[in-house]
Design a protein around this ligand. Sequence first.
Ligand code: F6R
Length: 362
Amino acid sequence: DKAGFKHFMAKEIAEQPTVLQGALSHYIGADGVVLPEPGLAFDQIERMTLVACGTAFYACMVAKYWFEQIARLPIEIDVASEFRYREPPVTKGTVALFVSQSGETADTLAALRYMHEKADKIVSVVNVPESSIARESDLALPILAGTEIGVASTKAFTCQLTTLAMLVLKAAQDRGQMSPQDVQTKLAALRGLPGVMNIALGIEARTQAIAQELSEARDILFLGRGQMYPLAHEGALKLKEISYIHAEAYASGELKHGPIALVDPNVPVIVMAPRDALFDKTVSNMQEVMARGGKVLLISDQKGVNEAGDGVWQSIVMPEVDDFLAPILYAIPAQLLAYHTAIAKGTDVDQPRNLAKSVTVE
Ligand code: F6R
């Protein structure tokens, strides 16, 4: 049931504030983040390996930035289809964490089985609690996104990130990297996220107008730095999947090492950059693009657009949010741009060609 929406994808994008709310109240108790039994004591962990495919992998990529910066926990990430074939050595004190919406992705399940007996503990972040990946984990953390029908993952991604964010705060507290008061402050920011996300959904008309023009491009580049770099990947993946436009993501600073050769007036460059500590660096990469005739879509908050919006082709103003949570919020423009570009091209948004919702073959 599409509940009055034209597509499941539109319904699932709109549902995000509500499902996020559910995930937050499931895990946040009076004294902080509460995990299901048998729990996880992060002070006894040396490192963590995060493995997934596609959009779930980009959630892992964001989590790497978070765990390392906020909880000072060394993280290794890999796509599941590569992970076990490189026969990674696993040392004592390693926890393996698998992220999967379906819980049935063949490569992710095989990577999990590779880590049985090798890792100290197997943790999974899943949407389907009765799935194989959940059943074969020592600790399964549901993301509570509800059934996701659109082939392009939307609400599962933001619920994965939200669940991982809560895990990061638990890790920071267990490892003595954050005081209980600071944890409470971040949890309050997380609790405010559904409301901020509701405001962010107000950019829809703006993304729709921009998407009309994006739909005429043959190639589109996405740029991001730090924790926004994975969001650039997510934006590019979403766009490829449903609009069939060739899109690539680069770390902003990597542009000048090759990809800047692609820049010309016909290749829109989408820059995802809240006004955070890395903003000025990203802006200087953006200006390099503009100096070469590239047309830039800047996605930032009001401060960022005021400071750096001169001369850009288009901008989208996002509500302000705690820096830590920007990757969750900026999933909204990534999803809406892909959705409306696909609509403008007339593709089948919920059932894109060549793709299946659950990839159960390797
Ligand atoms: C992208 C998408 C895929 C999945 C990937 C992993 O929109 O849906 O990239 O994220 O196939 O699937 P799960 O999370 O079910 O393991």
